[in-house]
Ligand binder design. Structure first.
Ligand SMILES: Nc1nc2c(ncn2[C@@H]2O[C@H](COP(=O)(O)OP(=O)(O)OP(=O)(O)O)[C@@H](O)[C@H]2O)c(=O)[nH]1
Ligand SMILES: [Mg+2]
Length: 486
């Protein structure tokens, strides 16, 4: 349903990824392609305009995280705004204080009310262990009662039906009484629909409502109708208190405009979406998850969230400073290793880092190599970790044996570490300007929490001020990861 929107967001992301900061210009460029996609998806014009203004304001007002790239941060801002647009949190059905929960369906003809009654009853029965009763109160269409009865039979769900000569409000009322007697804990009233909202339809629905006092009216809307569905939802809501919306036929070629606008226009949340004709094709609507799906970039969003959670920026900054002064030791290194490990599988994490994905493509990176490095450092004494110069041949043998690694592995580790230390202290002498540049000062990307310069260090993130200067080239870093001496 959201394919073209997802494509446009991807384009916007690419136009910002690799940029050093979120500026008015690049945010505006990113937003432009999203704007087109939203309108193409048939999102209400006013909704799209307000939404984009919000995204822009937040993207520019963002406290810039050094740990992630601006493109990724833009995606996160977008994700959050989209989640809000879709209704923020998952919203449930109403609850009944006592007696059975009474739910009343409403909607235009063919929206999917009858099908959705059955789907919802099945969902309640299977997922919530309820014992629902369906009430056939659409007495306009002769076949409607039979349609519901057939569905009930197929799904093993009780249906209360009477002759078509009865009045719908009374059929509903008798259905509720039957539910009480037979210990049903949910009653779902299937009502009639019309092609258009007219007084006859609304009067009938209002009569059902006032006689039966349902705990919630659920408005069934056909997503294929796009903005028309949203307009009719608004009209329904002005005449009947709507609890929430069930959006049907999202499996069709609807462009997503209804899903994206209905909450903003009507103030009513989407509770469920119909994803097919079959009775089990009903899903609870979960705004954050849906936003993630629309973006198609769940990885990036969760990386930014995790980075916000686990990376202590101050600590990372202190370590980067130590590194540049040549004071970075194996203890700091170990801390950084642990920080990365918290983010997830190594290759995946590094692949998501700005500028790193490309650099790491050919590197044979695996978590085992990291574990070996970790084991070697853990086999060092505190004194050795603080002062790698202490690590002579005897100590190396001990570390190799203690960590279960060949001696050569320890040689390589120490040698690489020292090379890196030296290189970094040379860089560090470049003064504060350079330092800030290297650390992503002024909001650049980069990843201070990376070990031994994996972020902006020898890993080769160009410094924003140094205009693309590489801090020592990729190879030292790659060799380091590969475990090769130089
Ligand atoms: N693909 C798809 N089809 C659906 C979905 N929900 C309902 N339908 C189909 O839409 C058509 C109309 O569904 P009904 O449940 O009869 O609609 P209604 O609102 O009860 O219609 P009236 O009783 O005439 O007002 C049927 O062919 C359903 O199978 C859905 O989520 N996906
Ligand atoms: Mg029907």
């Amino acid at each position: 349903m959201f394919d073209s929107l997802t494509g446009a967001l991807d384009k916007a992301y690419r136009s910002i990824v690799g940029q050093k900061v979120l500026t008015e210009k690049n945010v505006e460029d990113g937003i432009q392609s999203v704007r087109e996609a939203l309108l193409e998806a048939d999102v209400n014009f006013g909704v799209a305009r307000d939404f984009l203004a919000r995204v822009k304001e937040r993207a520019l007002g963002q406290e810039v995280l050094k740990a992630v790239d601006p493109g990724q941060q833009f995606v996160k801002v977008f994700h959050d705004a989209l989640t809000e647009l879709l209704g923020s949190e998952k919203r449930g059905l109403p609850v009944a204080d006592q007696g059975p929960l009474v739910l009343m369906m409403a909607g235009l003809q063919g929206a999917g009310k009858t099908t959705t009654c059955a789907k919802l009853a099945l969902w309640l029965k299977e997922k919530r262990k309820k014992n629902p009763l369906l009430v056939a109160a659409d007495l306009q269409r002769p076949a409607a009662v039979e349609q519901l009865q057939t569905l009930g039979r197929q799904l093993g769900i009780a249906v209360h039906a009477e002759g078509t000569d009865q009045s719908p409000p009374q059929v509903c009322q008798r259905g509720i009484e039957l539910a009480k007697r037979n210990r049903h804990d949910v009653v779902i009233l299937d009502t009639a629909g019309r092609l258009h909202i007219d007084d006859a339809l609304m009067t009938e629905l209002q009569m059902v409502h006032s006689l039966c006092q349902p705990h919630g009216v659920l408005l069934v809307c056909d997503s294929m109708l796009g903005q028309d569905a949203v307009q009719s939802a608004k009209e329904f809501d002005s005449r009947l208190p709507i609890h929430g919306v069930i959006l049907t036929k999202t499996d069709g070629d609807a462009r997503g405009g209804a899903a994206l606008s209905v909450k903003a226009v009507t103030g009513k949340p989407i509770l469920f979406v119909g994803t097919g004709e079959k009775p089990d094709e009903l899903e609870e609507f979960d705004p954050p998850r849906m936003a993630g799906r629309i973006l198609g970039m769940g990885d990036v969003v969760s990386l930014v969230e995790k980075a916000q959670e686990v990376i202590d920026e101050k600590q990372a900054e202190r370590e980067a400073k130590k590194l540049l002064k040549g004071q970075f030791d194996f203890e700091d290194f170990l801390k950084q290793l642990n920080m990365i490990r918290k983010l997830g599988p190594l290759k995946k994490v590094l692949g998501m880092l700005p500028g790193m994905g490309q650099a790491l493509k050919e590197v044979d990176l695996d978590d085992r190599r990291f574990k070996r490095v970790e084991a070697m450092i853990q086999s060092m004494t505190v004194a050795e970790r603080r002062n790698p110069d202490l690590i002579d041949i005897q100590r190396r043998r001990r570390i190799a044996a203690g960590s279960g690694n060949p001696l050569q592995g320890v040689h390589d580790l120490v040698k690489q570490f020292k090379t890196m230390q030296k290189m970094m202290s040379k860089l560090g002498k470049g003064g504060l300007g350079d330092l800030q540049g290297l650390m992503g000062g002024g909001g650049a990307g980069g990843f201070p929490g990376m070990p031994g310069g994996m972020g902006q260090m020898p890993g080769g993130m160009p410094s924003p001020r140094g205009g693309g200067r590489r801090g020592g080239g990729n190879s030292a870093f790659q060799d380091f990861l590969r475990g090769r001496g130089r």
